[in-house]
Design a protein around this ligand. Structure first.
Ligand code: NAD
Length: 429
């Protein structure tokens, strides 16, 4: 049996974050259930390579500030590496490596011809002006441009980044190359090679996985089904509006400062409009203002954590009352929390399954860019639905066949494809 401390004793620079250790444990559990050797398990966990950069940015007050940036390529065995860029003050090399590892198994689980990567800049994106954010993005792209590209590594949006950031990134990369290279990033505006449906793809995918899971559980989704969402950015707010469209009742949503609770259901369009004007949920009148701790403990059928990692831990897992948890965020439950919740018979749709709608449509965007031929939104959404529903079924099947939980089953499906590719390609030299 693989010693857990091999991946948690800080002997490699990537290993010091909780998210890396937690993610590695998930991969080890699945790999052990598949009977893989220690050598292969090492290969499944360690990232292939990483670049660390320092970004000088002239701020609006005239001072130059230096920001740390990272790009980690975990695996390129199945194809070019793929993964978002996060702008967050707590980002570290280790957290970025963990997120890159999750991307490898997410892409593999969804049968995409892509490996896993992630990027981050340690900054508070909300505190930057548009000019500062543009300068930071262009400098970051310029520093990492020789490390990435449509055939090597393709970034996308994540926390704190959006279509505008991708547009600046694509423009800078194209400038370095001397011609437009739309395929270097996904999640771009439609006018410069983005895909219809990409903006909403992650939240849409979260709801598709809930629909398929509810079928497996014989659970009806209707106007009495309550939903609580932590995080009201791209993933959380789209999940909320799609849940509402499905006819469910979204009773609470939150952002970094706090949450809104209305047991009769929130008017999501109204809340979205309020956030557009006021940035945060605070001050919205048609609901009670609650803390994130209170929100996590609300009585609800479905809970969607859609913010940062480690939101549910051993300290609050026991008080979570949801029947289904769909992990919109990456790594929102610690491993201890995961065990406590499974003991309480909560169905957990793991991150690499629940939030893969984003990377799936990013792949569609990449294909459209390469072909210079663009699809209708209906086509994109239909293809997304087919991919998500087939993958959820594959994971439930694997879980039943192997008598294991959905997270382990999802990793097992993802790992097996990577292992087959390793075997075909062999070890160089
Ligand atoms: P975002 O920046 O658009 O939104 C993040 C939201 O979370 C904001 O509302 C913010 O206020 C809130 N938040 C931050 N810290 C919080 C905390 N401690 N408690 C409660 N709320 C908090 O980011 P996003 O793109 O929606 O990403 C959210 C999560 O989904 C991340 O874990 C990301 O890795 C994951 N994800 C995103 C995509 C994508 O396509 N954007 C794809 C797959 C996974």
């Amino acid at each position: 049996m693989k010693q857990e401390q091999d991946y948690t004793n800080g002997s490699h620079i990537w290993e010091d974050s909780e998210l890396f250790q937690e993610s590695a444990k998930g991969v080890i559990k699945a790999a052990e259930e598949l009977g893989l050797s220690d050598e292969l398990i090492d290969r499944l966990i360690q990232p292939r390579r990483a670049l660390v950069v320092t970004l000088p940015v002239r701020m609006d007050n005239g001072d130059v500030r230096f920001f740390d940036g990272y790009r980690v390529q975990h695996s390129m065995t199945l194809g070019p590496a793929k993964g978002g860029i996060r702008y967050h003050p707590d980002s570290t090399l280790s957290e970025t490596a963990a997120l890159a590892m999750l991307m490898t198994y997410k892409c593999s689980l969804f049968s995409l011809p892509l490996g896993g990567a992630k990027g981050a800049v340690r900054c508070d994106s909300m505190a930057l002006s548009d000019r500062e954010k543009q300068a930071l993005t262009r400098r970051y792209c310029s520093e990492i441009h020789s490390f990435i590209g449509p055939d090597r590594d393709i970034p996308a949006p994540d926390i704190g980044t959006d279509a505008q950031v991708m547009a600046w990134f694509m423009d800078t990369y194209s400038f370095e190359k001397g011609h437009a290279v739309p395929g270097v990033v996904t999640g771009k505006p439609v006018e410069i090679g983005g895909s219809l449906g990409r903006l909403e793809a992650t939240g849409r995918g979260v709801i598709y996985t809930i629909i398929e899971t509810a079928k497996h559980l014989d659970m009806e989704l209707n106007q009495d089904t309550t939903i609580v969402i932590n995080g009201f950015g791209n993933v959380g707010s789209v999940s909320a509006s799609k849940a509402k469209k499905l006819g469910c009742k979204v009773i609470a949503v939150s952002d970094v400062k706090g949450g809104l609770y209305n047991p009769n259901g929130l008017n999501i369009t109204d809340v979205q409009n309020y956030v557009k004007e006021n940035t945060f949920l605070e001050g919205y009148k048609e609901a009670d203002y609650i803390t994130n701790d209170e929100l996590i403990e609300l009585e609800t059928d479905i809970f969607i954590p859609a913010s940062v990692s480690g939101i549910v831990t051993k300290d609050n897992a026991d008080r979570v009352k949801a029947k289904i948890i769909a992990e919109g965020a990456n790594g929102p439950l610690t491993r201890d929390a995961d065990i406590i919740l499974r003991d309480k018979n909560v169905t957990i749709i793991p991150d690499i399954l629940a939030n893969a709608g984003g990377v799936t449509v990013s792949y569609f965007e990449y294909v459209q860019d390469l072909q210079n031929m663009f699809w209708s939104e209906k086509d994109v959404n239909n293809k997304l639905w087919n991919t998500v529903s087939e993958t959820v079924q594959r994971v439930f099947h694997e879980s039943q066949r192997r008598k294991t939980d959905l997270r382990t089953a999802a990793f097992m499906v993802g790992i097996q494809r990577v292992i087959k590719a390793f075997t075909w390609r062999g070890t160089f030299p």
